[in-house]
Design a protein around this ligand. Structure first.
Ligand code: G6P
Length: 606
């Protein structure tokens, strides 16, 4: 999704602006640009392509000035062209803006402006807004007044930063349903669509709420309500993320670096105070009905949690994809909706949470990004503390979410009397050993996963299968495979196979089985039955199984054997190895792993 940056400093800002948009690259984009106020006026340079490409083509580092705005654009209104890239200048070149979101009534406004003789350079909704500011300035001769006047005319979702040659002392910004955060420096201030835009320079930030605008100078910032124009006191957020964790640290891609971060991420998830887990468990306990909601990877994490709650606390909490939530859940007062979101900005999840809230439901969330919208809109939030996740596809953040939900299911199981204190304690011990265990596994098994990927990277069609909780593991792993390799991978319950998909089976169709430990007798038996169904029909069998499983070993054509681990954590171990498998397959296929085509890290539009 698009990224926004703005800097106002006593020193030249060119280099920092460039780094800030490079730090927003992970969000996914197709063009970028910068606008700076130099001694002569506003200069805009922009083009299609990545930050490095546009920097060298447009010589972005030759720009000068000590205030500027920058943008990475993920096309929504209008194709991927230089003209449509941001920043957008007004007709007379005295105003420039960057904008995230969608101005829903822009067509009408555009037609009016065209009728009045304006010639548009782009087909974007953004260019309409900057010209509304120019038009209002002609009446008011006041930048803030013109900005607010233009805002009155637009509808939709937006975060906008405005730069004007009439005011070299300020940047202006506004937020409505699209995130915007101010970073507070010494003698300089920053604006970003997320904290990665300025994390290198400051750990102090102020989060704008919907309907707020800010006027920002080098030394000060003033936040007010758009409607009443009254100044608002806002609390300062102290960000404790470590910038080192955002660096690749010697790995060739963020994805594999983030997979290798997982022991640490798991530790951080286990360090989240038990009090917060208890509070969430109580919310589940007290609600007449509770739902789990997420989209993409987080939906599959919710599905895993559905099995965890069912087995550990004998409760059924349906998992629903956020985009479908409103269509199927008649949520009512007193019920509980628990959202899971790495970014905390996903449109579908935010939207459904809002509806739930309006219906009087209680809300809770597990979120990674501090200060994000979802983290601030729910009744109870658990910050997962996984640090920045840069690769578009989620790995370490997803693992942390699953562990936090597992901890909640254990707590609820204990409260509900489904687990006595002995088994509760023994599960806690198993969890404590998990970070160390995956650290060993990652090191010992990466070579095997690499080899498996080499053998199978030419496979075009995959079916990923599992039973019980291994079913959402299979679904999530298939999604991971699709996302980074662009190959067809379909996840499904192993028992589903014989009800249709079996007709596809022949040698070239490969299936990947997530085989549970043999101690999980029922799940294991059901999985072996599905393996045999494929074997009989000549399909090629690939699998992950645990040591001592002679049945799986003899049936699978290509397999990776894992050391015995407690049943509670076995699905998580397999999920991590499947992430590696997707990574190595994509590596063999030379895919754009950290930024797969057509995908964005945080989808903030509906
Ligand atoms: C996008 C990303 C997915 C992610 C989903 C949910 O589609 O490409 O990888 O799973 O959003 O994101 P969230 O930030 O809400 O977890």
């Amino acid at each position: 999704m698009c990224g926004i940056s703005g800097i106002i400093d006593q020193k030249p800002v060119t280099r920092n602006l460039l780094t800030s948009i490079a730090n927003l690259e992970y969000r996914g984009y197709d063009s970028c640009g910068m606008a700076m106020l130099n001694g002569k006026g506003i200069e805009v340079r922009k083009n299609t392509g990545g930050v490095e490409e546009v920097r060298s083509r447009e010589k972005l580092d030759m720009m000068t000035g000590n205030l500027g705005i920058a943008h990475t654009r993920w096309a929504t209104h209008g194709g991927v062209t230089t003209e449509n890239a941001h920043p957008h200048l007004s007709q007379n070149g005295e105003f420039a803006i960057v904008h995230n979101g969608i101005i829903s009534n822009y067509q009408k406004l555009r037609e009016r402006l065209i009728g009045e003789g304006l010639e548009f350079r782009s087909t974007t909704d953004t260019e309409v807004f900057v010209n509304l500011v120019e038009e209002a300035f002609a009446q008011k001769n006041d930048v803030l007044g013109a900005f607010l006047e233009a805002l009155k005319q637009i509808q939709g979702t937006y975060s906008i930063v405005l730069l004007s040659s009439h005011d070299p002392e300020h940047l202006y910004c506004v937020k409505q349903d699209s995130p915007l955060i101010i970073g507070l420096g010494e003698g300089c201030n920053y604006i970003g669509s997320d904290i990665n835009a300025f994390l290198e320079h400051t750990r102090k930030a102020v989060v704008l709420d919907d309907g707020e605008f800010a006027v920002i100078s080098r030394e000060r910032y003033e936040i007010s309500d758009v409607g009443k124009r009254e100044e608002r006191e806002k609390s300062i957020l102290q960000i404790d993320w470590d910038t080192e964790t955002t660096k690749k640290g010697g790995f060739s891609h963020y994805m594999i670096k983030e997979i290798f971060d997982e022991p640490q991420t798991a530790r951080q998830a286990l360090d989240v105070p038990q009090e917060q887990i208890k509070q969430l468990a109580e919310m589940f306990q007290n609600a007449p009905h509770a739902y789990l909601m997420g989209v993409g990877t987080t939906f599959f994490i919710c599905q895993m949690a559905q099995y965890l709650f069912s087995s550990l606390s004998k409760k059924y909490f349906p998992a629903i994809s956020s985009d479908e939530f409103n269509g199927v859940v008649p949520v009512s007062s007193g019920e509980l909706v628990v959202a899971v979101s790495q970014s905390g900005e996903t449109f579908d999840t935010k939207f459904s949470l809002n509806v739930a809230h309006e219906m009087g439901a209680k809300t809770a969330a597990i979120v990674n990004v501090m200060g994000s919208s979802i983290s601030r809109m729910v009744d109870h939030v658990i910050m997962q503390g996984s640090g920045p996740e840069i690769c578009v596809v989620s790995t370490k953040a997803a693992l942390a979410q699953a562990l936090l939900l597992l901890r909640t299911a254990l707590e609820l199981g204990y409260k509900e009397g489904c687990l006595d204190s002995k088994s509760f304690q023994s599960h806690q011990k198993e969890l404590e050993s998990f970070p160390e265990l995956i650290s060993i596994l990652l090191n010992e098994k990466s070579g095997f996963m690499r080899n498996l990927a080499r053998i199978t990277s030419s496979v075009q069609n995959w079916i990923f299968l599992g039973c019980g909780i291994y079913y959402p593991v299979a679904m999530e792993s298939a999604l991971k495979m699709k996302e980074v390799t662009y190959l067809h991978a379909e996840g499904m319950p192993a028992g589903f196979l014989k009800h249709g998909t079996l007709s596809m089976i022949e040698e070239s169709v490969h299936s990947l089985f997530f085989v549970p430990p043999p101690a999980e007798v029922d799940l294991h038996n059901r999985t072996i039955i599905a393996i045999e169904e494929i074997k009989t029909r000549g399909g090629t069998l690939v699998g992950l199984y645990f040591e001592g499983d002679s049945q799986a070993k003899s049936l699978l054509d290509h397999a990776v054997e894992l050391p015995p681990v407690p049943s509670l954590i076995a699905p998580f171990v397999q999920m991590i190895l499947a992430q590696m498998f997707a990574y190595y397959t994509a590596l063999d296929l030379k895919r754009n792993i950290d930024k797969p085509r057509n995908l964005a890290k945080s989808v903030t539009v509906g």
